[in-house]
Ligand binder design. Sequence first.
Ligand code: PAF
Length: 280
Amino acid sequence: MQVFEKIKYTREFINARKAEGKTIGFVPTMGALHEGHLSLVDQAKKETHIIVVSVFVNPAQFNNPDDLQKYPRDMEGDMQKLKQRGVDVVFAPSEQEMYPEKTSRTYDFGHLDKVMEGKHRPGHFNGVALIVHKLFDIIHPDKAFFGNKDYQQLVIIKQLTRQENLPVEVVGCPILREPDGLAMSSRNQRLTQQERKIAPVLYQTLKKAVELRNHQTVDAVKRFVTEEIKKTKAIELEYFDIADSNTLTSINKWSESDNPRGFIAAWLGDVRLIDNMAFN
Ligand code: PAF
């Protein structure tokens, strides 16, 4: 496994593989890797020849300095996991390497980055788009793999590639869950033992909501989720919405979407968790 900190050497290595006719699969990460990330690596290995993983905690996407400071980091553990999984290249740049100059670039994703995560984390998706655009420009992947857990991010990255004409196929991969249903996330490490026991309530509530779909209105399901979450005092619901999976437009009637999805964000202590589930 090659580990590069510099853009120049990463580009040289990838260009040489491309010249040999190899396809490049890319998994962007912020490190603190878990099985969810590694499942993206496995998928990339099925679909492309050379697997590149980036590990970079991107300051531009954190709207909350405390969240950035507390974001888990484990470079040594990450390297071990990636090596074991048969990754070819790790790109682990410094902040100076990725942002040599202050950038004021802003993207316009219309409605997509104004709702849900975009509404509650101002500037977050601009920071994500900025770094993913830079990474795509360095790595020139044929395919890039993202988890469905950050579903809104996935929709926005697909839009980014369309509006910037980026020649990369964006592949969404299933959410990996712990045996009790909690969606895998680097942030789970920050939960206390007590909070960790409570956290699967988000998954359980989403699952019950999906079961209600056939005999309840959209409004009734939204109310059910709000009430259900309220029963667990330690959880503070930030939002729950049911929206179309492609347009992320909130729906009021089931007939308004062929592909509705429930999106939830909630706080457990000072840890913010998100999850989502298809309603069909
Ligand atoms: O999903 C993430 O971990 C990050 O948002 C990403 C895509 C690596 C960009 O920093």
